[in-house]
Design a binder for this molecule. Structure first.
Ligand code: AMP
Ligand code: MG
Length: 420
């Protein structure tokens, strides 16, 4: 298969085109935080479901107390009491009032609530015996302190659209509407494969020529951070048989997407490429991007496949650029991009004309503007420059030098409270 040269945009468009939102599943409300609604939620009830009091006080007819003031109290006959959770069958007639607690249904005939603070029963009304008369020291408008039926949500109304991510406040709305089981998009299961004879387990002591496998852990964490389900596929040795076995394990685990790192360029031991060429429908791309030029994309035995470069920084940046939006799309998200701000470069950047993703710290200066400083060596093996970074500055294609003062788009890989 021929290697193609693509812009970042072309590659991203093709990757996103190859994946679709997964089907729905139903989860309990306590499991729904962060999930994406698979269907719109239609209110089966109104909220509030009945007119109720916003205050502890007295339910009255506003007409009865229009003359009431501090100096001229109006006396009403107290004909009953209604607490939250109960219903009163009293119908208010002129000159009467019902003692009412917050959240209790407003009795028929009443059209306003006088807060207890505007009566002669100043505090702890609920603990006192019900008085026969109550003095009202202020007038109220009709509707005062009444929470009306359907004021928040009307029965039959579309409350939340499909694709909406559930935060605590949405969970609360669903609970209020009696939605105990929530239809959400399935979490993508993403297999993570590392390849290379040089890789040893994290627990192992270093031996000559070997390095610990870090990419698997970075990627498993990146997947986890998206709310998707990471499926570790281990490390494949640089043999066709081993790569094939690991990919078979991925298929057996019913993953929705396979991500691998390394072995996709043209080195003598890049056996991943051979296996994919025979068992898949994969394109090998050279993306005009820095870091992260080589990228394999397509399907292996019908499962979408993304082969990222091996260098840890290239792998992480390629994941950010291509895998992350793809996984978000599969998970039902509609916003697939990191937040971006425009930041003023404080140092300088040399590039080679490819679209570059430069590790940087974005912060605010004393006038509140975003400023960006690169985090040192941009070698694709320098992992600590990513540790220091909260952003990737995007140097557009064709630009080979960005002097201090250049305004650049900063893709915020982190949205730190210290900056925003
Ligand atoms: P390759 O694409 O196989 O030529 O690998 C490119 C570079 O990435 C080499 O220096 C590898 O040792 C390194 N590399 C590949 N896989 C991993 C991994 N899982 N963890 C850390 N480094 C890796
Ligand atoms: Mg290799």
């Amino acid at each position: 298969m021929a290697t193609e040269y693509l812009t970042v945009k072309e590659a991203l468009t093709a990757v996103l085109h190859s994946v679709s939102p997964l089907p729905a599943e139903t989860v309990g409300l306590t499991e729904a935080l962060g999930r994406i609604l698979a269907e719109p939620v239609i209110a089966r009830d109104s909220l509030p479901p009945f007119a109720n009091s916003a205050m502890d006080g007295y339910a009255v007819r506003a007409d009865d107390v229009t003359q009431a003031s501090q100096s001229l109290a109006v006396s009403l006959q107290v004909v009953g009491e209604v607490a939250a959770g109960t219903v009163s069958d009293i119908i208010l007639t002129p000159g009467t009032a019902v003692r009412i607690m917050t959240g209790a249904p407003v009795p028929a005939g009443a059209d306003a609530i006088v807060p207890v603070e505007q009566t002669n029963e100043q505090y702890r009304a609920a603990e006192r015996p019900l008085p026969e008369q109550i003095l009202i020291y202020g007038s109220v408008e009709p509707g005062a302190y009444v929470r009306h039926i359907g004021e928040d949500i009307q029965a039959g109304q579309a409350v939340l659209p499909a694709g909406h991510q559930l935060r605590p406040q949405e969970i609360g709305v669903l609970a209020s509407l009696g939605v105990a089981q929530v239809p959400v998009v399935k979490r993508p299961r993403v297999g993570v494969l590392s390849t290379g004879d040089e890789l040893i387990p994290v627990e192992a002591p270093l031996t000559p020529g070997k390095i610990r496998n870090s990419n698997s852990y970075t990627q498993l964490a990146q997947i986890q951070a998206l709310g998707a389900n990471p499926v570790p596929l281990g490390v494949a040795r640089d043999t066709v048989a081993d790569v094939r076995d690991r990919l078979q394990a991925a298929l057996d685990a019913h993953v929705d997407l396979i991500i691998s790192s390394a072995g996709v360029s043209v080195g003598a031991y890049d056996v991943v490429r051979s296996v994919l060429e025979e068992g898949g429908n994969i394109g090998f791309w050279k993306v005009r991007m820095r870091p992260g030029k080589p990228l394999a994309h397509g399907t292996y035995q019908g499962v979408v496949y993304l082969g990222l470069p091996g260098n840890p920084v290239s792998a992480m940046v390629s994941f950010e650029r291509f895998a992350r939006p793809a996984i978000l799309k599969m998970a039902g998200h509609t916003h697939l991009e990191r937040p971006q701000v425009t930041a003023v470069l404080q140092d300088e950047i040399y590039s080679d004309g490819r679209e570059s993703y430069v590790r940087a710290v974005v912060e605010r200066n004393s006038s509140g503007d975003y400023i960006a400083t690169t985090t040192g060596s941009q070698g694709s093996h320098i992992m600590t420059s990513l540790v220091k970074a909260n952003a990737l500055l995007i140097v557009p294609e064709g630009v080979k030098y960005a002097p201090s003062g250049t305004q650049l788009a900063a893709m915020m890989i982190d949205w730190p409270a210290s900056v925003f």
